[in-house]
Design a protein around this ligand. Structure first.
Ligand code: GLY
Ligand code: MN
Ligand code: MN
Length: 446
């Protein structure tokens, strides 16, 4: 992402904040995993969105129309010894020269400097609750000023939730963000292809997960979330993470995996037969999910409401379950009674962006939000038949299917960022047959 893009975002936010306000954002803390080992560092999404600054122990401050510069950053000093152990730091000079700060100070000086920046401002924009220890410090700085107010100092009178403004900005993706999300999607598409090529009876779920890791990392992308590789009935566990079972002949495998590139997530699910051929029961359910997916994507057009794709998916799935005999009764009544929830118990999608479940309100007041160009969401209907569901014919039990794609709303039809990945059962069977013919040693595990 170019430096200009971050500067443009800061300007836009400051325009909305107004000139008597100040915004304070902390970087994400480092999190200890065990012993001397930390979790891989992931910058806070809001902090990243406004700064692009990749280090921990930093605080960004936006001060609209401040004469000496409106963007101050506190960060770690250069330190040759620490840098020898842990890697390079930008330092205060780097924060100005490389990240566009108007001023930068060592993070250790924040208690002395920040109160002075707050002093003449009426409103403090801050996201409370995200980093509780930092909240206490912000409150401490403001209270410190209030204690001196009797000496004639102006002090901030109001804390305002920064997320209302900032998360609305993040909901509308710019051209540069859409380009990054398209690349993130393309990497995840290729990784899913690798898994379809490798799958065979006897292959372990974690072996397919490993294909994703390799494909993501070789593009300098990370996993956006722990990949879900669920063979057979494991596909019915929505957040299955063990990925430890062998894939069995005659089962489906459900894979939900996406990467994070330059901070932006992709999120794709495909469900395909381990042996390369869908059974009649698997195909019948799969085709219902596929039809629901198509109906939901058609509903991702500007002017429609957030819930319209979900309503379309619910209608199609309920109809499909009735025609296959898994639900009995009138479609309208089954929808009203939410009978489909025994088989489809999650929503049809979520916003997608820097966070996999991205920020942005789904409702405005009581009404579902209207879809507008630049919004990106997932479409991910599914059918999951509990292995122990004795109310349905045996051949359907234990089948879990989801089809998930990433969709950008445009002025016209939906732009499916992950469209390059096949999803029709005929295409999947043909693809798997062709890759087996090309590389027969794939079935070594069988
Ligand atoms: N992978 C998380 C989700 O699909 O929402
Ligand atoms: Mn999703
Ligand atoms: Mn997913």
């Amino acid at each position: 992402m170019k430096r200009d893009e971050f500067a443009r975002r800061r300007r836009q936010l400051m325009r909305m904040m107004g000139k008597d306000a100040i915004a304070i954002l902390p970087a994400a803390p480092v999190r200890r995993r065990n012993g001397d080992t930390d979790y891989p560092y992931r910058q806070d999404s809001d902090f990243h969105f406004l700064t692009g600054f990749p280090e921990p122990e930093a605080v960004a401050v936006l001060i609209p129309q401040r004469a000496e510069g409106d963007y101050v950053i506190f960060c770690r000093d250069r330190d040759p010894l620490r840098e020898l152990w842990d890697g390079a730091r930008a330092g205060t000079d780097g924060a100005v020269e490389r990240y566009g700060a108007s001023d930068a100070f060592p993070i250790g000086d924040i208690d002395e400097i920040l109160p002075g920046l707050l002093e003449s401002r009426a409103r403090v924009y801050h996201t409370m609750g995200l980093h509780p220890e930092f909240d206490q410090r912000v409150i401490g700085w403001v209270n410190g000023l209030r204690a001196q107010a009797k000496h004639g100092l102006h002090t901030p009178q109001e804390f305002v939730a920064l997320d209302h403004l900032l998360h609305d900005m993040r909901l509308y993706k710019s051209r540069a963000e859409l380009a990054t999300m398209r690349r993130s999607a393309a990497i995840a598409v290729e990784a899913h292809r690798r898994a379809m090529r490798l799958a065979a009876p006897g292959v372990m779920e974690y072996e397919l997960a490993a294909e994703f890791m390799h494909e993501f990392h070789r593009h300098h992308a990370e996993i956006a979330y722990e990949p879900i590789v669920g063979g057979g009935r494991n596909g019915c566990i929505l957040h299955y993470r063990e990925n430890a079972a062998p894939l069995l002949d005659g089962d489906l495998v459900l894979i939900d995996a996406g990467c994070e590139l330059d901070g932006y997530a992709s999120d794709i699910t495909r469900t395909f037969p381990v042996n390369g051929r869908y059974s009649p029961a698997q195909r019948a359910l799969y085709e219902v999910v596929l039809e629901a997916h198509g109906a939901a994507i058609q509903a991702c057009v500007p002017g429609n409401h957030w819930n319209d794709p979900h309503d379309a998916a619910v209608r199609t799935i309920t109809q499909g379950l009735v025609s296959l005999g898994l639900l009995k009764g009138k479609v309208a009544k089954l929808i009203k009674d939410a009978a489909y929830r025994d088989f489809f118990m999650h929503r049809t999608g979520h916003w997608l962006g820097l966070d996999v479940h991205d920020v942005g309100d789904y409702k405005v007041g009581d009404a579902w939000r209207v879809l507008e160009p630049g919004m990106v969401l997932t479409v991910e209907p599914g059918i999951y038949v509990a292995p122990g569901n004795r109310k349905v014919a045996k051949e359907f039990r234990g089948i879990g299917i989801r089809i998930e794609d990433d969709v950008a709303v445009t002025r016209g039809a939906a732009d499916v960022l992950t469209d390059a990945l096949i999803r029709h059962p005929d295409d999947i069977e043909a693809f798997m047959a062709a890759s087996r013919a090309a590389e027969p040693r794939r079935s070594r595990h069988a």
